[in-house]
Design a protein around this ligand. Sequence first.
Ligand SMILES: NC(=O)c1ccc[n+]([C@@H]2O[C@H](COP(=O)([O-])OP(=O)(O)OC[C@H]3O[C@@H](n4cnc5c(N)ncnc54)[C@H](O)[C@@H]3O)[C@@H](O)[C@H]2O)c1
Length: 247
Amino acid sequence: MVEIKGKVAFLTGAAEGWGYEIAMAYARAGMRLALMDVQAEKLHRVADEIKAMGGDCLPIVVDLANAGATQAAAEQALAHYGTPRVLVHNAAVLREVSMLDVQFDNWQREMNIIIQAAFILSKAVWAGMVEAQSGSIVYISSGSGIKGFVKETAYCPGKHAQEGLMKVLSMEGQPFNIAVNTITPGIAIKTPMSASHYTPEQQARWVEPALIAPAFVYLAGLDAKGATGHRLDAWQLSEAMRVAQQS
Ligand SMILES: NC(=O)c1ccc[n+]([C@@H]2O[C@H](COP(=O)([O-])OP(=O)(O)OC[C@H]3O[C@@H](n4cnc5c(N)ncnc54)[C@H](O)[C@@H]3O)[C@@H](O)[C@H]2O)c1
């Protein structure tokens, strides 16, 4: 494991939900952060909170559905911090629309946020990670990355595509010591996305996403000598980290 204090993380979808908790976990671990999100006001509030803790962070307001804007955001982050130790692509949207009702533009927008941005951001950091012979890339997947769900006409194929990209890049990254993994919550979490999609039964047992943020501290220090090419479970990993810290 690589020491992550002072190292750089690029993180998408940091304005709220799980991404916010990942940002805070990284800030507490002493990482320097390029945070990307489309919600300007909320993102700047997160950045202010991190700076008030003495942290170093660059908020980048970007619509990750837009290829040019995503490329520009990656270049801004690279110009400011250089190649990151870890890239976490967390941003996503989930619109439940049947095949009868879905419109191509909406379908494409959702796909772009999930998979086009995963590709553009990974491509932007890849050469630097190859040169460094070290790095970790994480895509936040879902049960929808391996199973089908009615009305997830874009989310489900987008998450499946992230699993596919992870498999290819983990193989290509192995000789350069770059770890590439996906991760799923492993438990029902209380986030804005969940609030609009969970059933009352799921909401009755959801937990704060802060509980599954420690997994990302582990992933930030990972390289291909550790775990690569896996679909990880954030709840299990975070529990393992809590147990390790107590012993
Ligand atoms: N909530 C769950 O139960 C659950 C389950 C499985 C997987 N996931 C995955 O976990 C990740 C985080 O989920 P969450 O529940 O925190 O979601 P959320 O909707 O609460 O937060 C998503 C964040 O992404 C940002 N975002 C959305 N569109 C964007 C765009 N076009 N450009 C830039 N940023 C954009 C939002 O502003 C927000 O800050 C997602 O990848 C999601 O698919 C969530």
